[in-house]
Write a protein that binds this ligand. Structure first.
Ligand SMILES: C[S@@+](CC[C@H](N)C(=O)[O-])C[C@H]1O[C@@H](n2cnc3c(N)ncnc32)[C@H](O)[C@@H]1O
Length: 394
């Protein structure tokens, strides 16, 4: 790994001070983009590998830094692009868009490896990777397996980044593995958002000052970097909120897909923990089947993250494993039992449920499932829907 140690690499001169991410607001990475950009800029890795790319919020930030800081890095994004238990399943629209973005901006140094992590590992030699980012499935077992397979590929003195190291709900177990890893090498934990871990594979070696400041934190320079990152991230969050307020979110990469989130609870008090996700591309009819864990589901709510689109729903069913339905809507009368709330307006339609999304949080409340609230076996939520860009007014 080639390093930069010039005197300009001071807390007041983080390379990311002029960084304006091309892609933001896609996932859980907003809080860490500036550090990720700086890590590439100062480490100047010869080879960077990311495990878990999804829509590319983190990966394309690394790539943007490669270009803007002329680091000459070879980058590899490994993902099967099918989704997982925690991000939910998604369709081909994700890979199509990631591949198109990669081809347009980064094809000369960046390769997408569409594969399971376990199969891709043989493509990389031991001690060949300078900067490895692990952000796959977040269960403890999966993270252990991923590390066991991939740590030998990281060079001695190489840097590992791990995302979601502080999340302790939703079945996430990264934090447990992270705590053990911290005992085996120098590390730093960014506690903002879902947490980002920075770890140096032993034996220790001199790192560029920005990285060194974190690996030997707490100290004055790490505190200054953190405060800069905090300010930059706040600005980014404002930029994202503004793009929802003024509608320009429609023009972003983000706007070409819709996330469907089904919340379930016994009492109508909904939490992220009791929800399942899926993501779809636009303009075609899609059929989704989202299994809910066994339990009682008196109250089911369906949310969308969808940039000012029109969503047409031809069918909603809650089905038991034996095929029996707990709830079914396929006609205007049945759809009338569903309450449209939040940032959504019901549009007239003879047969289906059609809504206009008017902001970040549109919601559909299914009627209370009074007699079936204690179903012990898993239930599947089936949806047939099509999402289309809305006509702009004015
Ligand atoms: C948390 S997301 C990645 C988020 C991404 N880094 C970002 O910036 O938004 C996890 C990704 O890992 C992928 N994934 C999980 N387990 C995998 C495995 N064993 N092999 C290949 N891909 C996997 C999923 O398809 C999903 O896209």
């Amino acid at each position: 790994m080639r390093t930069v140690t010039e005197s300009t690499d001071t807390p007041m001169a983080a390379p990311s001070r002029h960084f304006r991410p091309m892609l933001v607001g896609l996932g859980a990475w907003t809080n860490h983009l500036h550090f990720a950009y700086d890590a590439v800029a100062v480490l100047r890795p010869q080879m960077l590998v990311e495990l878990g790319t999804d829509r590319g919020e983190s990966y394309f930030c690394f790539c943007q830094s490669v270009v803007e800081n002329r680091t000459g890095t070879r980058c590899f994004a490994v993902d099967n692009w099918r989704g997982d238990l925690h991000v939910g399943g998604y369709d081909e629209a994700t890979y199509r868009e990631v591949a198109a973005h990669n081809e347009k901006h980064y094809h000369d140094f960046s390769t997408l490896v569409r594969s399971d992590f376990a199969d891709a590992v043989a493509r990389f030699a031991d001690n060949s990777i300078d900067l490895l980012h692990l952000d796959g499935l977040h269960t403890e077992t999966a993270v252990r397996q991923d590390l066991e397979r991939w740590l030998p590929k990281l060079k001695a003195g190489g840097i590992l980044l791990m995302h979601d190291v502080t999340v302790r709900n939703r079945g996430f177990g990264v934090w447990k593995v992270w705590e053990e890893l911290c005992a085996r090498g120098r590390s730093f934990t960014f506690h903002v958002g879902p947490g980002l871990g920075l770890w140096e594979k032993p034996p220790r070696r001199p790192q560029p000052p920005l990285i060194e400041s974190f690996l030997s934190a707490p100290n004055e320079s790490s505190a200054q970097f953190l405060s800069e990152y905090h300010a930059c991230t706040a600005e980014l969050h404002q930029r994202i909120a503004q793009s929802w307020n003024d509608g320009t979110i429609r023009d972003t990469y983000f706007a070409q897909q819709t996330t469907v989130q089904v919340f379930f609870s016994k009492d109508g008090v909904h939490s992220e923990e009791d929800s399942v996700l899926a993501r779809i591309g636009h303009d075609e009819w899609k059929e989704l089947a989202l299994p809910l864990p066994p339990g009682g589901y008196g109250a089911v709510r369906i949310d969308f993250v969808s940039a000012f689109t029109t969503i047409e729903i031809a069918a909603i069913r809650l089905r038991k494993p034996n095929g029996a339905t707990l709830f079914e809507a396929e006609s205007a009368e049945a759809f009338n039992q569903i309450r449209v709330a939040g940032d959504a307006t019901r549009l007239p339609h003879a047969r289906s449920l059609r809504i206009q999304v008017t902001g970040l949080d549109p919601q559909l409340y299914l009627p209370h499932l009074a007699r079936t609230g204690d179903v012990p076996e898993p239930v599947t939520v089936e949806l047939k829907l099509r999402v289309s860009a809305s006509e702009r007014s004015g």
